[in-house]
Design a protein around this ligand. Structure first.
Ligand code: HAM
Length: 427
């Protein structure tokens, strides 16, 4: 027996029905925000993900040499592919560009609940503006898309990497600032992202940060109030624009119908290296360790891929985690069967069954009939089993009077209807 690779999943019919339903719910919101769907390949040149995704992602890449000796990777995410597509083909299009996508991603991670080696992301990328209003609309989109699925208990957290970086610089004595390389900056961000505050402290100590500086920085990481944050930067003229923009963004977010109480968190650093400015995450606290449902923010990738510099921002929702959370919340999927089953009580009418099924399908009904030569009693049981809403029964007596019997499979009620009026009784 050959089994599926570790960290991958099969989805049965019931699961696929639920997944497609939730996918559509979110797509409805993306479309209402005027985002349009695009798709990129599952395979990309390895190099695309080595440019700026960061160590975490590179460590987890599925990569191989193809038969032509090229280094290829399965995509671990879709932001870099979408930016590659933009640089290759779409730079001349009218801005802003609002794209959404739904696709599988691959990360060679240690599988556990909510963490898979193949998982699905549903995301958006906005190309052309990172104004406070644009970022607010993007965050509102993520929030409303997740809400539309029916999820109740979610938490939005918003941070700002410009302010975080400025504060890191304040935590390091000016004599050591010359050593403040991008690599160090990345290391500190990574430790904050992992919430490994102890290692972060060790690193700051290595750069001769005083206990007071470290304490102040740790306090800053806990700030969740815009007035406190403004206070941290009262002597820094260069931080004022970031603060003003942050306030404007929060104000717009309220206008987009997103509650902003307690959303600010300065300890969001994100796990990918391409982010700049505003970053945000949406969590489902009930998921425990893998509670992050969505992550995003503004980022810089286009110039690194050879394109002309342009503001870009986006987010991706972990689709599998949304499904998991819905199950945890005992969400009742509002499914009602639309399936119509057709059967005959007389083998002479079997040809009529096919004709009727074809006609009904042509009219737009979802129709099934027996393909296994079942006996009559078995056929009705089968209709029940496949969840038919109604069964049309063709019997010789009724047929000769141009009638059929319709059985409601839920109530068990049967009624005779004229053949030409049949469709009206099926809706
Ligand atoms: P990310 O935070 O790496 O961001 O992934 C986004 C979401 O994908 C996570 O919040 C999580 O729900 C889900 N996810 C990540 N890894 C796994 C996994 N192994 N199994 C199940 N779900 C997972 C990005 O990928 C960025 N490209 C988001 C973005 C778009 N930023 C700007 N635009």
């Amino acid at each position: 027996m050959v089994s599926k690779p570790r960290g991958t999943r099969d989805f049965d019919v019931a699961e696929m029905e639920k997944r497609r339903f939730i996918q559509k719910q979110m797509e409805t919101i993306f479309k209402r925000f005027a985002y349009k769907e695009i798709a990129t390949p599952t395979l990309e040149h390895l190099e695309l993900f080595e440019i700026k995704s960061g160590e975490n992602i590179i460590d987890e890449l599925y990569s191989f040499k193809d038969k032509g000796g090229r280094d290829i990777a399965l995509r671990p995410e879709l932001t870099a592919p979408v930016m590659r597509f933009y640089v290759e083909k779409l730079q001349m299009e009218t801005k802003p560009l609002k794209f959404y996508y739904f696709g599988n991603c691959f990360r060679y991670d240690r599988p556990q609940e909510g963490r898979y080696r193949e998982f699905w992301q549903m995301g958006c990328e906005l190309i052309g503006s990172c104004s406070p209003g644009a970022i607010a609309e993007l965050i509102a989109l993520a929030y409303h898309a997740i809400k539309k699925t029916g999820l109740i208990n979610i938490r939005l957290r918003i941070g700002n990497l410009n302010l975080l970086e400025k504060q890191i610089r304040k935590a390091i004595p000016s004599s050591s600032l010359s050593d403040f390389s991008p690599a160090l900056h990345t290391d500190i961000f990574r430790l904050i992202d992992k919430n490994d505050i102890e290692s972060m402290e060790q690193l700051l100590k290595k750069y001769k940060s005083s206990p007071k500086q470290i304490a102040l920085f740790k306090e800053f990481l806990q700030s969740n109030n815009i007035d406190d944050i403004t206070n941290y930067f009262k002597d820094s003229t260069e931080a004022q624009t970031d603060i003003e923009d942050f306030k404007k963004m929060l104000d717009s977010l309220e206008l987009f119908g997103v509650p902003t109480r307690d959303v600010i968190e300065m300890n969001i650093a994100r796990g990918l290296d391409y982010y700049t400015g505003t970053v945000f995450e949406i969590e489902a606290p009930q998921l425990g360790a893998e509670k992050q449902l969505c992550g995003g923010g503004s980022y810089t990738l286009v110039p690194l891929l050879g394109g002309t510099e342009i503001p870009t921002a986006g987010f991706a929702i972990g689709f599998d985690r949304v499904m998991m959370t819905l199950e945890r919340e005992n969400y009742e999927f509002p499914f009602s069967s639309e399936l119509i089953y057709v059967m005959s009580l007389d083998r002479d009418l079997d040809r009529e069954v096919i004709k009727m099924a074809s006609q009904l399908r042509y009219s737009g009904f979802m129709v099934d009939f027996d393909l296994m030569n079942r006996a009559i009693s078995r056929s009705l049981k089968y209709a029940n089993k496949i969840g038919a809403k109604k069964t049309i029964i063709l019997g010789k007596n009724e047929w000769d009077q141009d009638k059929v019997v319709i059985k409601d499979m839920q109530s068990g009620e049967q009624q005779e209807v004229k053949k030409e009026e049949l469709e009206a009784f099926l809706v």
